[in-house]
Design a binder for this molecule. Sequence first.
Ligand code: XUL
Ligand code: CO
Length: 433
Amino acid sequence: MTDFFKGIQAVKYEGPETENEFTFRYYNPDEVIMGKRMEDHLRFAVAYWHSFAYEGGDPFGGRTFDRPWFGDSMDAAKLKADAAFEMFDILGAPYFCFHDLDVRPEGKTFAENKRNLEEIVDYFAQKMETSKTKLLWGTANLFTHRRFMAGAATNPDPEVFAYSAATIKSCMDATMKLGGENYVLWGGREGYETLLNTDLTKEAEHAARMLEMVVEYKHKMGWDGQILIEPKPQEPSKHQYDFDVATVYGFLKRFGLENEVKMNIEQGHAILAGHSFEHELALAGSLGMLGSIDMNRNDYQSGWDTDQFPNNVPEMALAYYEVLKAGGFTKGGTNFDARIRRQSLDAEDLILSHIGGMDCCARGLKAAAAMLEDGKLEAARDARYAGWDTDGAKAMLGSDLASIQERVLADNVNPEPRSGRQERLENLVNRYL
Ligand code: XUL
Ligand code: CO
């Protein structure tokens, strides 16, 4: 036991009227929504990197947090793990997610990194025997160390490709050993700083081959987890290849991987790409590509990827509406890819940020479920397209330009525009919030 979260009790559901800050007002794990427990809908995960590895730095200043586990020894890594599992217990978090670098010290050689990771994975495995918290996904950090400055799979140096492949294997092994349900690839530096030194064709081919190797290894190991790509348009690279859902889908189709890989979609990344979160989710849903989500929010004024905890319930309701419409999560879940601000120094801030995020997600989910169960929004959408239900309209799709022109002339077709009813629909949505 560490004494980091000393005095903070396990967080329980007390309902919206409670005065107790350390309780859930809306997240009631056992409450059944659309035939499923809330906990099983939302499948919350704590992000190890933000909560336990982030030191409070920004581009202008270093560490602000004071944590007993900061340091680069195995003992420090184990203390960090102790604190992490204590926090998972306090929150009743069903899942967590991690990169290799979040959980183990950086070694001098690849072999040392591998050993360090394996030792921590064994330590996690021991803890998971008695903890309710499972692994939502594992991933490799192929962007922090200077060796990855020009990318991992897309690096011009084949030895960096090799180092990256070897690291991914270790991280997939760790994920499988811990019973993880997904493996995520976020291409932090898979992109470019300048086109002047970049071979787009080679880089795309190498990225695709690495992804194929990931898929091949998954099948070789008989693992039934889900492989996910996490789109993001830029930051840290000026331009990242996995720009958004549409771009990633095009990439997967180009290399024939669209049936093997789905997506982990992040709120802040959607905003950076000039989309709304619900746009990215709706598109992924329509393509059958929605795997999991990273829930957070960006600062809308600065335009940076600030990874704040989510708190905009109306936006979150629309996001969960798309998740529910796509059938909900199967292996995926809601990972809080969010960190407390650098002035939020206290252990309590770590707990309260998660409580707030979980409560907002619960409110969003409940509003989304009510909207879906009520059916008015879908009925209005269906009514807008009702013309396509006729036999004539369906047959037109099987005909050709010349025959359509003939009919338009013969029937003197002259369509009258109809209202899109946007404000009516916005008013309708507001009733559920
Ligand atoms: C970075 C980001 C990552 C991925 C995992 O913006 O979202 O934390 O979620 O590598
Ligand atoms: Co993310």
